[in-house]
Ligand binder design. Structure first.
Ligand code: ADP
Ligand code: MG
Length: 463
């Protein structure tokens, strides 16, 4: 019928607008490289903040002792205790607890959020067996993974530049997040010192390096997305401090804020951005990361409903609810292998209150998931190509057989199989066979927590 033809035309147009042919991805990679240079050249020189992390030494594996870590960066936060045993024993043990953040605290006050976190940390500490007390009156030490853009002032302090990923707590912007946490810990009588403030990408890089010395970059694909890598300190014109002995400095790119005219942005992305908590910002993140993918699919479906009567004469009201299709729902539908696409049918019934979807309609839904996931995964691969270009590792060098390992983590990468395999195959496509053989993508499972504990150890006040 005419309506079905109209629906197909909408899908086709969407697919075209989301297109990421190799040439376009190379342009995105080149643009990333250019913006990286600009962001390193001067403060505010690029949308890419290229933040200096003050981490100029990554773990060697010699770290020893009992350290804590706190990981805040999405809807959950985690508290960890890691027992490090040095070269011989590695990580002797680790325990963690995950706590979800009540939504009202994500947009409330700084005190509200940090007091909630400090009390969860205190509970975790209180629950541990005797014998965990640090020896001779020493303080417990904590690595704080805080995965929002922070302008570091030292390895253990930094001010919040802005919130992302659905957080919006105005009175915390511009404040030292370690100061805020410390204040809350003191208030409830928790005696602990933050010795390292890092971002999840830096934590993942550090955690990855502990196990594999070839790790040179880390990428997070979770609620949001970001990347960090090891730069030569002499290649950072905006760094006016002393050059570290290592000659290296880890850079937190904040690549979620990357934007380029080469990015394939559709009407749905534009609307999502306009209606977001941070319009005009984190454009790359809004095309790629777990917080947003499901909602892009929802917006495409809503257009099908409104302009092609895809679900009948009126658009189903639930389709108008922002973020009602979460990326895990999308992933489940995308991976549906049942002949009648039962998972899709059930999700539509349970999440959207739309029953009686035909197989033909369900196939369209899967196609939309495919379009959105592929675009995100391919753009993430282009971003990685940009980093490799920046550090001259995008081509195989004759006579060298060293590997470059990129540590990847985050729920999207971990659980969305089609996204992950598409990212991996796209990176190969972009690098070519020879160079691709020198690049390894490694899933660093929860490396960021251990990484923060490792950095807390290497920056301990007692050494
Ligand atoms: P965060 O980024 O909040 O620190 P994670 O790295 O655990 O936390 O990532 C969580 C995100 O990963 C979720 O917001 C969701 O978008 C995505 N995710 C989790 N599970 C799945 C899944 N099964 N399929 C697709 N995406 C998922
Ligand atoms: Mg995380």
């Amino acid at each position: 019928s005419g309506k079905w033809a109209r629906a197909m035309a909408i899908v086709k147009e969407f697919e075209e607008k989301c297109g990421t042919p190799t040439l376009k991805l190379r342009q995105v990679g080149d643009a990333m490289d250019v913006e990286m240079h600009a962001g390193l050249a001067s403060e505010g020189g690029s949308k890419l903040k290229m933040l200096i992390s003050y981490v100029d030494n990554l773990p060697t594996g010699d770290e020893e002792g009992l350290f804590y870590a706190l990981d805040l960066g999405g809807t959950n936060f985690r508290v960890l205790r890691v027992h490090l045993g040095g070269k011989e024993k590695g990580v002797i043990s680790q325990e963690f607890e995950e706590v979800s953040i009540p939504p009202h605290l994500m947009t409330g006050s700084s005190n509200g959020l940090f007091e909630f976190i400090a009390s969860a940390l205190a509970k975790f500490v209180a629950s541990e067996p005797d014998g965990f007390l640090p020896p001779n009156g020493k303080q417990r030490e904590l690595g704080f993974t805080f995965s929002f853009p922070v302008r570091q002032t030292s390895i253990s302090s930094g001010t919040l530049i802005k919130w992302t990923k659905g957080f919006n707590i105005e009175d915390a912007v511009g404040e030292d997040v370690v100061g805020e946490l410390t204040k809350s810990m003191e208030k409830i009588g928790l005696d602990m010192r933050v010795t390292a403030l890092v971002n999840d990408t830096i934590g993942t890089l550090a955690g990855g390096r502990f196990y594999n010395q070839d790790v040179i970059a880390a990428v997070i694909l979770g609620t949001g997305t970001n990347a960090a890598y090891v730069e030569r300190s002499h290649a950072i014109p905006k760094w006016h401090g002393l050059h570290p002995k290592s000659g290296e400095m880890v850079i937190n790119m904040e690549w979620g804020n990357f934007r380029s005219t080469h990015l394939p942005v559709t009407e749905f992305d534009q609307a999502l951005d306009t209606e977001s908590l941070n319009p005009g910002e984190q454009i790359f993140e809004k095309l790629i990361s777990g917080m947003y993918l499901g909602d892009i699919v929802r917006r495409a479906l809503l257009k099908l409903a409104e302009e092609a009567d895809f679900f009948g004469d009126t658009a189903p009201p639930k389709l108008r609810v922002p973020f009602i299709i979460r990326t895990p729902d999308m992933s489940a539908m995308h991976h549906d292998t049942s002949p009648d696409l039962k998972v899709v049918g059930n999700k539509f019934r349970d999440v959207l209150e739309i029953s009686n979807t035909s197989l033909k309609m369900r196939k369209v839904v899967v196609e939309l998931c495919d379009i959105v996931a592929n675009r995100g995964a391919r753009l993430a691969a282009a971003g990685i190509l940009g980093i490799l270009k920046k550090i001259g590792r995008d081509t195989a060098k004759a006579g060298e057989n060293s590997k470059s390992v990129i540590a990847l983590d985050g729920g999207l990468f971990e659980h969305y199989t089609k996204f992950r395999t598409c990212l991996e195959s796209t990176l190969k496509e972009l690098l070519g066979d020879e160079a691709a053989d020198t690049i390894v993508i490694e899933h660093s499972n929860d490396g960021s927590g251990i990484g923060a504990a490792l950095l807390a150890a290497s920056h301990s006040q007692y050494f």
